[in-house]
Design a protein. Structure first.
Length: 233
């Protein structure tokens, strides 16, 4: 069977990353969390006091950022490493969420991350989730999914994620954060969040993660069968 790229784009807290991880695990594919890459850049910028409006500072900082993903055999999860240090827990905190959309809207940041992502997925056999995978990073992806959900449901999911990590955040604050991120993501000049013309829409408002995973894998299996038939002819 040939290997394909599965691109999962959409709004934050729709279940993209959780679904993408499980799809990759069940298909034996690699998983690339592009959102984590932008979060890691945001963390570096905060720690190094990089001015987001200073292009020279931004470009100099990007030259010193190396992001990798390590598989933790004990937890069975992928962990984001920034310059060799595990930052998985830190980049999921609310203060990173408050700035990541602004950081990811910077053209120079997107160019750098897209180049890394394309390199990671060059051999196919990967599942990527983010905001511009099907439109910018891999416009030739064999399977494209655009995920959405109502804002209140997304906020509740995000609140539960934060609570599980010991971070208590007011639901209204999370809603405001999501609305701010949505606005920045959909209106930025460089690779805005839009549904690719050939992407299938998946509304996860009333779906479990297992249902989301099954939905994506069904599309992937169908596409793989099509490619196999073409190869056999």
């Amino acid at each position: 069977m040939p290997k394909i790229v599965i691109a999962i784009d959409g709004y934050s807290s729709c279940g993209k990353s959780t679904t993408a991880k499980e799809v990759a695990a069940r298909m034996g594919y690699g998983y690339i969390d592009t959102g984590a890459m932008y979060r890691a850049v945001s963390l570096f910028f905060i720690r190094e006091h990089v001015s987001l409006s200073n292009t020279r500072e931004v470009m100099a900082a990007l030259d010193n950022i190396h992001i990798t993903f390590n598989h933790n055999n004990r937890t069975g999860k992928n962990e984001t490493c920034l310059n060799g240090l595990n930052v998985e827990e830190e980049i999921r905190k609310m203060y990173i969420s408050n700035i990541v959309s602004e950081v990811s809207a910077i053209p120079e940041v997107r160019w750098a991350m897209v180049a890394q992502q394309q390199k990671m997925g060059r051999r196919r056999g990967v599942v990527m989730d983010g905001r511009d995978i099907g439109t910018k990073v891999f416009p030739d992806a064999e399977v494209k999914v655009f995920m959405t959900a109502d804002t209140h449901t997304r906020a509740q999911r995000r609140q539960q994620e934060l609570l599980a990590k010991g971070e208590l955040v007011n639901l209204e604050d999370i809603i405001k954060n999501l609305e701010k991120r949505d606005l920045i993501d959909t209106t930025r000049s460089e690779s805005p969040l839009v549904q690719a013309p050939d992407a299938e829409l998946l509304d996860t408002s009333h779906m479990t993660i297992e249902e989301q995973v099954d939905w994506v894998i069904e599309r992937a299996d169908r596409r793989l069968a099509e490619l196999h038939r073409k190869k056999v002819k």
